[in-house]
Design a protein around this ligand. Sequence first.
Ligand code: TPP
Ligand code: MG
Length: 359
Amino acid sequence: MKVVARFEVPYYQYLDENSQLTEKLPTFAKDADSLAAMYRLMTLVRLFDTKAIALQRTGKLGTYPSIRGQEAVFVGVGHAMHKEDIFVPYYRDVGVVIQRGVNLSDILLYWGGDERGNCYANNKQDFPYSVPVGSQPLHASGAAVALKYHKKKAAVLTICGDGATSQGDFYEAMNVAGVWKLPVVFVVCNNQWAISVSRGAQTAAQTLAQKAIAAGIPGEQVDGNDIIAVHHRVEMALKKAREQHEPVLLEMLCYRQSDHTTADDARRYEPPKIREQEWKKEPIMRLRRYLEQIGVWSEDQEQALLAECEHNINQTVEDYLHTPPQPAESMFDYLYATLPKAYQEQRELVKKIGVVHHG
Ligand SMILES: Cc1ncc(C[n+]2csc(CCOP(=O)(O)OP(=O)(O)O)c2C)c(N)n1
Ligand SMILES: [Mg+2]
């Protein structure tokens, strides 16, 4: 017997759960303003998330998937992307899309059941939210083919969950990215759950990052609660994708500090105490303590930020609640470029009955 190949999966962390540096900081993180900007965004996302759940609980929003505890993954990714890159989201990506010109009120509109919220006014190049699990990596590889064909100096980035990595689509997307050398970055938000299916029940693979190896591309694990690590690895990955057409898979380790969506009740399957233990690693307090240590954040700034976020979110909710609803037949208008005949008849029928759709 001889060994024909060996593979390694690196793990990246800069700021540990006690807000101590574990490595020399990457260049971007020496800019305290940049870190403070990400801190502000994570805080906004968390408060928005809390408000969205309250809206759903009071009957003013449809089913909503929380990003509580996973803010660093999404805000870090969004902050590292360039404007000309293309983003292919799944459904937890508020922290990215708000950095790509999407209004918070559009996000509420979408989760209120109004597809106009998914037709971003200020961003025509990114893909809309997509709920089918595992569809996003394939779309991303497809978009990357287009970028390469047009010789654009840009990359595609997509995010999916840990559960999605069990789908054949996920492997197919990475395989084609590897063999055709596509400018694409695959990010997995490993929040340890696919609804009620735990990470351990999902796959026997030791890491999700190693799934890249079969496709001939590198895979890395990243502390997804450390926004410095998230930002840095995404920044490096995008640079390689843009300049050398080298795809990569980044597995972001974090924890879902919520039910799967507002339609779920995790008490039925989540072992007790895990959430509390994982909370010690959560990303926002971790960065805040670090910013305080280096003297760029204070209690006064914190209070001012909370007031500013509250004001913005209240305004957003007002905008959302005062958006005139679409007529009921609009439900037929967003799936097909040309509506098949059978649906045309149904559309006319709904129009005649005149039901009004209330978000
Ligand atoms: C193709 C498909 N199958 C099933 C579902 C139902 N579903 C919605 S989310 C989800 C779990 C996804 O888990 P994961 O990929 O880990 O992402 P997370 O929601 O945890 O971020 C499932 C099974 C779906 N949306 N699409
Ligand atoms: Mg998951």
